[in-house]
Design a protein around this ligand. Structure first.
Ligand code: AMP
Length: 427
């Protein structure tokens, strides 16, 4: 009996074929926008010391409580596969002494994240995010810049009908008074809270606002439910006012959502989320905010920060759903058909020349004759087919067929290269 087939682990997937072209498109737009706004790339390790996330994301968050891939390495250290990108970025900022040498940095990243969640469409255990982080900036204009970067990336990808939700989470000065009001309100209605929220109420009441359970949601609808907006200090109010004015100035519409607390503990002031109505339950395609308290949790108080992260899987799902007609195609300019062994040698020699001229090509090297090659070329959508067999070698050149017009010419190598160089932009 044969051995059992090995499949990808639950909650992960291979990205290949036509889908990968979308991924490349997203990455291209992200890199381009980063370049235009002057955000440099940062690549942090895929695993970190567990403590970084315990302290940086927050002990009471779902991520730390339930979702981390944590293990002991062979040296007995507790290691965690990164569930998000902001805490590692702040760790790197601190570790490299930037708060002293270069306190204002703008970074972006792209890469896999890991969360042990219940997988479903748009919710994976290994998923991918791109993120933008501005460290050392406390001006609300930078919050607006971050939202603008996100907005322009979605726009460049052709994604519309998105909603931007905005909230302010206050700061260490004003949040305590809100929390005590919230706690009092919830304590008095403890019987209506789900078991999880009863625990959250003790450890971190703000997290209750994140709950999707019906009983808890019903409480939020009560007219006497305390909303954070009414408890903000003047500094936070002013900050929020400037963010809103900045968005209005850019014509970016938003909705205030007083229940938006985001899944991470370190947010202060601005919190935002970008949502779509087209992906069912997994409607968040990006989110972020200000995290002026994160650096203190990592031992260096006083580093302001604002950023956002977006999930590439969900963006690609949305692109596949709404942008089919504009799906980028990756078709080479030229299909090379060697018709015998000598032809193969010629083709490989020519391949090297074509790379110098930056002409994209594809070669199958199947020993199957012209009919096979022509069929394959036609199927791939390529414009030009180049044939090299005994006849071409004897005549010292190549046969080139235009699959669009059906015409065929015989060319010397220099003529061929010149023609393709000219034609490649039309392929
Ligand atoms: P977060 O780091 O939780 O704020 O998430 C930022 C974005 O990452 C979300 O808006 C989603 O688009 C995406 N995301 C978060 N968790 C997952 C997941 N398990 N699978 C796929 N995408 C995710």
């Amino acid at each position: 009996m044969g051995q059992q087939k090995i499949t990808v682990p639950k909650g992960t997937k291979d990205i290949l074929g036509e889908e990968v072209v979308w991924w490349q498109k997203v990455e291209e737009v992200v890199r381009e926008m980063a370049n235009l706004f002057g955000y440099q790339e940062i690549r942090t390790p895929i695993f970190e010391q567990t403590e970084l996330f315990a302290r940086g994301v927050g002990e009471e968050t779902d991520i730390v409580q339930k979702e981390m891939y944590t293990f002991q390495d062979k040296g007995g250290r507790s290691i965690t596969l990164r569930p998000e990108g902001t805490a590692p970025v702040m760790r790197a900022y601190i570790e490299h002494g930037l708060s002293v040498t270069n306190p204002r940095v703008k970074w972006f990243y792209l890469g896999p994240m890991f969360r042990y969640e219940r997988p479903q469409a748009g919710r994976m255990r290994q998923f991918h995010q791109f993120g933008f982080e501005a460290l050392g900036f406390s001006s609300p204009a930078v919050d607006v810049e971050i939202i603008l970067v996100a907005y322009l990336i979605y726009q460049e990808l052709g994604l519309s009908e998105l909603t931007l939700e905005l909230n302010s989470l206050g700061c260490e000065k004003c949040r305590p008074s809100y929390l005590s009001k919230l706690t009092k309100f919830l304590e008095e209605r403890k019987d209506n809270l789900c078991a999880n929220c009863v625990r959250r109420l003790e450890k971190n009441p703000l997290r209750v606002l994140d709950c999707k359970e019906e009983g808890c949601q019903n409480l939020f609808k009560s007219p006497s439910f305390p909303v954070i907006e009414e408890y903000l200090c003047s500094d936070c109010q002013n900050h929020q006012f400037k963010v809103e004015a900045g968005l209005e100035n850019l014509g970016i519409s938003y909705q205030i959502n007083p229940f938006l607390v985001r899944g991470l503990d370190y947010y202060t002031k601005t919190a935002f989320e970008v949502k779509t109505g087209q992906l069912g339950a997994q409607d968040a395609i990006g989110g972020g905010g200000r995290y002026d308290q994160l650096s203190a949790a990592l031992g260096v108080p006083g580093v302001a920060g604002v950023g956002f992260a977006a999930g590439i899987e969900r963006i690609v799902l949305l692109l596949e759903k709404t942008q089919q007609e504009t799906r980028p195609k990756k078709v080479p300019c030229l299909y090379l058909s060697p018709l015998d062994e000598e032809g193969e040698k010629q083709v490989l020699r020519l391949a090297r020349e074509l790379t110098k001229w930056r002409v994209p090509f594809y070669c199958d090297f199947a020993d199957k004759g012209l009919r096979y090659h022509l069929k394959k070329a036609q199927k791939s959508g390529v414009k030009w087919v180049l044939m090299v067999g005994q006849e071409e070698i004897e005549r010292g050149g190549f046969s080139l067929k235009n699959l669009t017009s059906g015409s065929q010419v015989f060319l010397q190598e220099d003529e061929l290269l010149r023609l393709l160089q000219k034609e490649k932009s039309l392929c």
